[in-house]
Design a protein around this ligand. Sequence first.
Ligand code: SF4
Length: 703
Amino acid sequence: MKHANEIGRTVRTTCAYCGVGCGVLATPEGNGLVKISGDPNHPANYGRLCSKGSALGETLGLEERVLHPMIGGARADWENALDLVASRFTAAIEEHGPDSVAFYLSGQLLTEDYYVANKLMKGFIGSANIDTNSRLCMASSVAGHKRAFGSDTVPGTYEDLEKADLVVLTGSNLAWCHPVIFQRIAAAKAERPEMSIVVIDPRRTATCEIADMHLAIRADGDVALFSGLLNALAENGAIDCDYIGQHTEGFVDAMRESRSMRLRHVSERTGLGPEEIRAFYELFKRNKKVVTVYSQGVNQSASGTDKVNAIINCHLATGRIGRPGMGPFSVTGQPNAMGGREVGGLSNMLAAHMELGNAEDRARVKSFWNAPRIAEKSGFKAVELFEAAADGKIKALWIAGTNPVVSMPDADAVKRALEACPFVVVSDVIAETDTTPFADVLLPAAAWGEKNGTVTNSERRISRQRPFLPLPGEARPDWTIFADVARRMGFAGFDYRSASEVFDEHARLSGVENDGARDFDIGGLAGLSEAEYDLMAPVQWPLPAGRVARETRFFAKGGFYHGDRRARFVAVKPPKPEETADFTLNTGRVRDHWHTMTRTGLSARLSAHIAEPFAEIHPADAERLGIAAADLVEVASPQGSAVVRALITDRQRPGNVFVAMHWTSRYAPSARIGAVAHSATDRASGQPALKSTAATVKRFEAA
Ligand code: SF4
């Protein structure tokens, strides 16, 4: 598809930011201006947009862009840049083996970009060293889904949130991080005031404005809370024995572990009072239609996968899954975290929800790709990947569409890793991020509004991102850059002429020898013509070839993806509360900025919401430490330190400090909180525990 780029012509596309995946109408108005509004027909948002989405038109300028390839900081042409990338990757592989190279990608990439990069790394280079910043976002949910369901399946839909009688939001500040889902729930509650909403979060966030109950839980108390809930449901005869008997395994073992979680123990582990715990359990017991939403507060934890399974256990035990208004619901942070999972863009996945550890799956994918080899074992996950680079194990690294020097935990260690890596490629939209100075080769990638492809949102809905602006300078879509390098490395199978050809291959692969054996199947979208792909309306998977009726929910009648088609309860043990040095550092987002501000930082309107980085501190802690409102404070850990403004508020738990993760060296040189965060990860998922770094806080005294 050529970009429309016609002044006054409206193009339907999908928002560049969060995993809600809202439909956007973009109308170029000339002089670089683009009018943005919500797409009234898109099932994710029905015309709504949040502040970030509605400001998209303010962030499309070219001032910050990288517009031509650079080699060693000097302008270069594409031929030389691509030749150099291909030759350095080839040389590293020949000399040190396929596992000496790696890709680190982004949930901002389109499915087509991810697909080509994954095919190149796993099928042709023969390594699984391809990971993504989505590891920081939802890897624990993926691992929890696979343990429980035998597949990475989100069972429900956004509609379920509106139909529920009880919505439990745990570790999820929807009001700021998934605002349109929040708007949909708020509207449903306005219509049905009897609908109950419970927010479980150490902070009293903006999401609490619509909550009937806020449980200010201690960091990482979720496993205890939901294990206690399972126990309470069983003791009160509120479980669904038929569903458990017909569709699950492992209930007895899970109960054995949960039985010790009586009210007193739950209270000790969570810091919550017995009465509020009892009230929550009673609400859950009483309301059949329950959706439990979770995101980073659950996932970004050393016990993240266990938290996910503790939640899913409660839904399996009550049969509250996959029916209208019921189910566990992981919402993804990024616009295409889900699409990345579909193509296997994580170091422990294959493609189309096939398994790296399954020899038949590997053979199936290798044969479909006509690939010379196929990765046989998991590669490095995000934190491991940069540790391996620091240790000299990675000789060539390609970072696409992400800024790990800000976003990764122990971010100064990432700097050292990039310094140690002999050859670093960065393909990005923005010329100067904290990461680009480490690039030996910097490649100009196409941005939102210029790119053509698909993304998948949190409810498994595939939507088109369509171009409405010309490609500026020499920028190219990411999938073409990966394909160009693949061809230069001597690999066949990368002669795509368009994004639709890539999508078609992805859709066909999903249907190969599937026949219902895997959840992800979009074989029904294979064989679209260019025109049909251009016009493709938002659609939820699964969509197998030849299937007319579309079931949009999974598992109401069982049919899980373990070999015996039964779900698994997972016996989980609450982690012991850790003795922290002083404070538990919690990092997260603010309403109007996105990731490392490369786009939202361009909008004065968005920056006006919260103008500078801050640390939320409880008044009792502030008094103890002699910190006054708006003082500069230093938040420090063995990893590093950051200096930000004190925001003293009783929304915060005593002993906790919250600092937003967005500010980069460019906007606030001393506020990179990633440099303070520890690099501990969840054992099952490899997701960093960004919500619970042991830290100290003190008034900052300038030297
Ligand atoms: Fe974009 Fe998310 Fe806002 Fe929707 S809710 S407009 S997808 S940032």
